[in-house]
Design a binder for this molecule. Structure first.
Ligand SMILES: [Ca+2]
Ligand SMILES: [Ca+2]
Ligand SMILES: [Ca+2]
Length: 482
């Protein structure tokens, strides 16, 4: 009976794997643990500076490989608008919103090479809580969620899986607090995650110290879903340690990867990101209760993996290969520079300081805005037009900038449907006028409007990109005029 169950489970698994493999594109969304610089320089714009609370995009392919560069994909300028004035201080400009984005889950399938994810669909985990002045439900380090507009308005946190479900799966007492530090998910395999600090849990093996280097799984049998495939509930104590920290250390040693200084990395210390590699084999792990848990090939990064290396559990541990080459340097061949994952090394001899803090496969459209100054402190004298610039990066050859001059609070967005179903799906400026055109892609700038003497308020911009038969919106940005 059991072997039949196993067989059918494996058959379903391989079916799902083959379906998903065709949909999975070798493009990534990711975050870096420290502020880094794009290899490209992003056209000399402020978009070249990648902050730990901003999601970046890497598109390795035969065209980009000679000059592979990460680029900003979810600027904090955008999340400042999406989250609203969450701390009720009157300012949208919140430089440290979320602290660091330390886990990322992009699970919308890419259909026929068309982007499936946007900044409204991806889920992430913060390392610092968001304020609750706008969203009644919190966004805490132990949550994996996103920010949407719903019946309650703008700036609402919608969970993929909230902290209470993680702690229930870990058998922890009600009210326990954790920080989720890595996540990956497929309905076939369940939820994989890692925590930021060692913690006492009561899981299938009984009372256990869960390590920050462990990879845990809540298998499908322990999960129930909302209609849109978010986690609605978990079975208590259903989490299984599928790769203990010692195993992750062994994968890391076997991968033979160097850090930013050229030293061989000898252990994980802390697992920092997870992604499912559907092209690799799956293995069966037996939990303490005897139940088989199907574990796919996992990509992971470690706190020790400076120079932004990415490793894989395949073949007992190896450096992950992106289409441009290995995502790290092999021991004996020098340091891992960061350029393998799209960021600038510190010097010729020393790699970038970051480890990869969050990682997900995703093919997604890119059209982003960032002002050179988020706040203009110009009251009461005002400022002339062009006193500063708003920078953009767009997939589209031709763009225009929309502007809305708004009172202290930004009016809510409206769905852009049937437009902008590949890029940002909400129009933030219902009463708009065209501010700047034509704006030629990919990189460029347009001038800030003049600010009259004695004026305070908010100025909101959103670009429109024109593609063959499509109109696509950029991420929004707002400037606080004080
Ligand atoms: Ca604020
Ligand atoms: Ca977190
Ligand atoms: Ca992390």
């Amino acid at each position: 009976m059991r072997s039949n169950c196993l067989l059918s489970l494996t058959a379903v698994a391989s079916l799902f794997t083959s379906l998903t493999a065709t949909a999975q594109s070798p493009e990534y969304l990711l975050t870096y643990s420290q502020t880094e610089a794009t290899v490209s320089g992003s056209g000399g714009t402020v978009l070249a500076s990648l902050r730990p609370n901003e999601i970046c995009q890497l598109r390795p392919n035969s065209v980009t490989c000679p000059s592979l560069s990460a680029e900003k994909w979810m600027p904090r300028a955008a999340t400042n608008v999406m989250a609203g004035d969450e701390d009720a201080d009157g300012q949208y400009d919140q430089a440290a919103l979320f602290g660091r984005i330390d886990a990322l889950l992009a699970n919308q399938p890419s259909v026929s090479g068309i982007a499936g994810d946007n900044q409204r669909t991806v889920f992430w985990s913060p390392s610092q809580a968001m304020g609750n002045a706008i969203s009644a439900t919190p966004f805490r380090p132990g949550d994996v969620g996103r920010i949407i507009r719903n019946g309650a308005g703008e700036g609402q946190v919608q969970y993929f899986m909230r902290m209470e479900l993680f702690t229930q799966a870990l058998g922890m007492p009600a009210g326990s607090i954790i920080d989720v530090d890595a996540i990956a998910f497929s309905p076939n395999y369940g939820v994989f995650f890692s925590v930021d600090a060692d913690t006492v849990a009561v899981i299938d093996c009984g009372p256990t110290v869960v390590r920050d280097g462990d990879v845990l799984c809540v298998p499908p049998s322990g999960l129930s879903y909302t209609p849109d495939l978010r986690v609605a509930s978990v079975a208590p104590s259903s989490a299984v340690v599928v790769h203990p920290e010692m195993q992750m250390d062994a994968f890391t040693v076997n991968a033979q990867v160097t850090n930013r200084f050229g030293a061989c990395v000898s252990g994980v210390v802390d697992v920092e990101s997870l992604a499912i590699d559907f092209t690799g084999p799956s293995t069966l792990v037996t939990s303490c209760s005897g139940a088989p848990v199907l574990v796919p090939t996992l990509l992971f990064s470690t706190e020790t993996g400076t120079g932004a290396s990415v490793l894989s559990t395949q073949f007992g541990g190896q450096i992950h290969n992106i289409p441009c080459g290995p995502a790290g340097t092999s021991c004996g061949f020098g340091h891992t520079s960061g350029a393998q994952m799209g960021i600038r090394p510190t010097t010729l001899a020393v790699g970038a300081p970051s480890f990869v803090n969050a990682l997900s496969f995703s093919r997604a459209c890119r059209s982003v805005l960032q002002p050179q100054q988020h706040t203009m402190n110009v009251f009461p004298l005002g400022a002339p037009a062009g006193a500063m610039q708003i920078d953009y990066n767009s997939d589209f050859a031709f763009n225009i900038a929309l502007i809305e001059i708004v009172p202290p609070g930004i009016p809510g967005s409206v769905p852009a449907f049937p437009w902008s179903q590949r890029c940002f799906p909400s129009l933030y400026a219902p009463s708009v006028s065209v501010h700047a055109w034509p704006l030629v892609g990919p990189f460029g700038s347009f001038p800030m409007i003049g600010i009259p003497a004695g004026w305070m308020g908010k100025v909101l911009f959103q670009n429109v990109g024109f593609d063959a038969g499509a109109i696509e919106l950029s991420t929004p940005t707002v400037i606080d005029i004080i």
